[in-house]
Design a binder for this molecule. Structure first.
Ligand SMILES: [Mg+2]
Length: 236
């Protein structure tokens, strides 16, 4: 998009997990240890496939985030062991989940610098889904909370969720630009509304967030390899 005028943007939304800080690799690590605990019941690839199905089936009930993940781990353990999983094994799985929740999520390179530059010209907000308490804890630990005017932790990131958010912020879609690593959650719903989006890919993406790039509406859309790269979209 060569005709993008950065001056029309009033609010920039940042996804949090794997856009501002590292998150998904900790899930992968927990899954690998989960497969180790249950290795006598099933090979890792099959456990992972079953876990993914359970997680997706539970999304409507539990939503996204770490607590939902732990519940799905336990359900999968009971399921794949056909009820033979021991209390000791369940305890180890719960400990894995707690350890993950207690992990400090390191910031991705360039985050404070980029926020510093953009916060001088734009209203910055965080737009994330997941467990409320967990996301609040991550933001507090991140040391970057002060850059943001508003933090929106939503149950899902669909077009309607963004529509409500923009109405609440009193901005029109063409005054809003979203930055994130998920085409499905951070890019497509915003473009659908008529907003702008910058995709900053991360090297690990949860299967459920993956999307065929051909499904992306044309226009209003940029890609940056790293977060620092988004500054050039704003001519900075
Ligand atoms: Mg993300």
């Amino acid at each position: 998009m060569n005709d993008f005028n950065p001056e029309i943007i009033k609010v920039i939304g940042f996804d949090a997990d794997d856009t501002l800080w590292v998150n998904e690799p900790f899930y992968r690590e927990t899954e690998a240890r989960f497969c180790d605990i249950l290795s006598r019941y099933m090979p890792p690839a099959e456990i992972n496939a079953r876990l993914f199905r359970v997680e997706v089936d539970n999304l409507n009930l539990y939503g996204y985030g770490s607590k939902a993940f732990v519940l799905s781990l336990i359900e999968t353990a009971v399921d794949i062991s056909e009820g033979k999983v021991t209390a000791g094994e369940i305890s180890r799985i719960i400990e894995l989940g707690k350890a993950q929740i207690n992990t400090k999520n390191p910031l991705l390179p360039g985050v404070p610098e980029v926020l510093e530059v953009l916060s001088r010209r734009y209203r910055l907000i965080v737009v994330t889904k997941g467990d409320l308490l967990d996301q609040e804890r991550k933001l507090k630990n991140s040391g970057i909370a002060d850059y943001f005017h508003h933090v929106e932790i939503m149950s899902d990131k669909k077009t309607d969720n963004y529509r409500r958010l923009l109405a609440h912020l009193d901005v029109t879609p063409d005054q809003f630009l979203m930055v994130g690593n998920s085409l499905k959650s951070d890019v497509v719903p915003v473009l659908t509304l008529g907003g702008y989006a910058i995709h900053v890919p991360f090297h690990v993406t949860w299967q459920h967030e993956e999307l065929d790039p051909h499904d992306i509406p044309v226009g209003h859309f940029f890609t940056a390899e790293k977060l620092r790269g988004i500054l050039s979209v704003f001519g900075l």
